[in-house]
Design a protein around this ligand. Structure first.
Ligand SMILES: Nc1ncnc2c1ncn2[C@@H]1O[C@H](COP(=O)(O)OP(=O)(O)OP(=O)(O)O)[C@@H](O)[C@H]1O
Ligand SMILES: [Mg+2]
Length: 368
């Protein structure tokens, strides 16, 4: 899964933005597909031509000179002079050809981006069944290992999340929290065991439609080099009212009024002109703006100061949709209906925060 090394992929795919991204890139690189298929061919033709011209060009010029220069004036000196001069000339000529070749390579690099978005065709699921609403998510003896790995990253997970429940995932780093989220949003497929949405096997449901009902904040949030507004809307059909509401819930209003261009501020490549916390909140706004039925936050508030974090957690509490929250700070998930506590890819225990703290030694230790 080489394409996963691009941090953007998780968010692109999670938001079913493959098509959007594809169109965006295709507009800029209409001809790149063509270039990809032709590059090697063209490259071979170019080098054959340049080789031919380099080698035979000077000889041809030499032969021509035999024809056109009057016999008496042709001596060995002129001969060498003509040969050297035409060699230099043809070498320059071939470097122009090489430039074309380089351009072909550049085009080809753009194609690699296309390759990533094209991965949609190999989506792990291709079911048809349409869901009205997400009523429940159930894992039944789910095992998962990443491609090429022997050991299971997740082992025998069984749990059920019902609508309007707020569920926290907790556990030490590397225990498999983000991987579970990847399985829930249908990016990964269980190696063994099954996942059911509303009692229907996830492989039978229309996965794109399902993903559109989800608001997801990945652990490595990704912003596009577009306006803050575009980064929130993400090419969806949304009303102004919804956007304003999402800005309030993600506590962005104040800062936006301080920016001269407000919502129209362009985020630079990689988001270097906004703070980490602003970036996180823009992505929170993106994830909640369409009123998703299921909210999934992977360390979504990790870069925020305690005060801002508390405001957002409070806002989340007041939202009624189903929520699955991964947070390093246990205060963020303290009030969840249920916390699933994981160790090493297995469910160690689950229950309310107070249940776990008072009954589970490992959790008590972990919560310190
Ligand atoms: N794409 C991948 N390919 C192979 N192994 C992976 C991949 N992603 C994660 N892993 C491995 O799977 C295990 C679980 O990773 P995961 O990201 O789910 O942990 P996590 O609980 O989210 O950790 P953290 O709290 O640090 O975010 C880790 O051992 C990790 O090295
Ligand atoms: Mg993680």
């Amino acid at each position: 899964l080489e394409y996963e090394t691009f941090s953007s992929i998780f968010s692109i795919k999670a938001n079913s933005q493959e098509n959007y991204m594809k169109n965006l890139l295709e507009k800029k690189n209409k001809d790149s597909m063509h270039a990809y298929y032709n590059r090697n061919k063209i490259s071979n033709i170019y080098s054959t031509i340049t080789y031919f011209i380099n080698t035979f060009g000077p000889i041809i010029v030499l032969l021509l000179s035999l024809l056109f220069i009057p016999e008496g004036e042709l001596n060995i000196g002129t001969f060498i002079f003509i040969f050297t001069l035409s060699s230099i000339y043809f070498q320059n000529f071939s470097s122009i050809f090489n430039t074309f070749n380089t351009l072909g390579t550049l085009k080809n690099n753009m194609i690699k981006i296309n390759d990533i978005t094209e991965q949609k065709d190999t989506d792990v699921y291709s079911g048809e069944e349409r869901l009205e609403t997400i009523k429940s998510i159930e894992f039944k003896n789910v095992f998962f290992s990443y491609p090429g790995q022997k050991n299971y990253t997740l082992k025998d997970l069984s749990f059920k999340i019902s609508s309007n429940e707020k569920v926290g995932l907790a556990g030490p780093t590397g225990c498999g929290k983000s991987t579970i989220l990847g399985l829930i949003i249908g990016i990964y497929k269980p190696t063994k065991g099954d996942i059911y949405i509303n009692g229907i096997n996830i492989s039978d449901i229309n996965i794109d439609e399902y993903k559109q009902k989800i608001g997801f904040v990945p652990q490595e949030p990704f912003v596009y080099n577009k306006s803050i507004k575009d980064n929130i809307i993400m090419n969806r059909d949304l009303e102004e009212e919804m956007i304003n509401k999402s800005l309030e819930s993600s506590n962005l209003v104040q800062e936006l009024t301080n920016m001269p261009l407000g919502l129209e501020t362009i985020i630079s490549e990689g988001g270097t002109n906004i703070s980490g916390g602003q970036k996180q909140r823009i992505i929170i706004a993106r994830s909640i703006v369409h009123n998703p039925e299921l909210l999934i936050f992977d360390e979504a508030t990790s870069s925020l100061d305690n005060q801002t974090e508390t405001i957002i957690t409070e806002n989340l509490k007041n939202m009624t949709q189903t929520q699955i929250i991964v947070a390093h700070r246990l205060s963020t998930i303290k009030d969840c209906n249920k916390i699933i506590f994981l160790i090493n890819g297995e469910i160690e225990d689950s229950g309310s925060y107070y249940d776990l703290v008072s009954n589970n030694k490992k959790f008590e230790e972990f919560s310190k």
